[in-house]
Write a new protein. Structure first.
Length: 195
């Protein structure tokens, strides 16, 4: 799916002064209403992810594991040791001797200047979702990865709730649609703002 998606057609994103931080609003709204402790952990991880973006830290498993320790309030967040399953067992993410190296290679592409930031953010999100590196919390790790990739470009989405939909590993059109959705969310902020 990663090679089949049309990443180059992703919309252009522009740096704008943030008027609303969508990740923070999502944590303070629906996440906090459902589970205040979870919201606090996500906000702590988000602060670390944003600081990592500001210092231009390379995206790698160690960085993600640091965020994940905050998200799950655990001392360690190791790479999974067996196959992973999602969607009530309908999707299986195998573990081979190459899985970890392949994942690292994909994460390194998150700064590839040949692709628009929306494509890089979408691809990194899906890489985390479908490599499924952690035993728990992969959806949260994927969203943190997406906002980190955008933050490296000084881009903050005004909302992230619409990103929280089911994605499938064998859907290249859906992968490209995620990049488009990032553009739509970003451009909602830009209405009425001169270019």
């Amino acid at each position: 799916m990663r090679r089949e998606a049309d990443w180059r057609s992703a919309p252009a994103l522009h740096r704008v002064t943030p008027d609303r931080d969508g990740f923070r609003s999502w944590c303070e709204g629906p996440v906090r209403r459902r589970d205040p402790a979870r919201a606090e952990r996500l906000l702590a991880a988000y602060a670390v992810a944003r600081a990592d973006a500001a210092r231009r830290a390379p995206l790698d498993f160690a960085l993600l594991a640091g965020w994940q320790r905050e998200v799950l309030a655990v001392p360690e967040a190791p790479f999974r040791v067996g196959d992973a399953y999602a969607k009530a067992g309908r999707e299986r993410y195998g573990l081979t001797p190459r899985t970890r190296a392949d994942f690292a290679s994909c994460l390194r592409e998150a700064t590839d200047p040949a692709l628009p930031p929306a494509a890089r953010a979408a691809r990194a999100y899906l890489d985390v979702a479908f490599f499924h590196p952690f035993a728990d919390g992969n959806a949260r790790a994927a969203l943190l990865t997406l906002v980190h990739v955008l933050a490296r470009e000084e881009i903050v989405l005004p909302e992230v709730g619409p990103l929280q939909t089911t994605r499938y590993a064998d859907d290249p059109a859906g992968a490209a649609d995620l990049a488009t959705l990032i553009g739509v969310l970003h451009h909602r902020r830009r209405r009425g703002v001169p270019r």
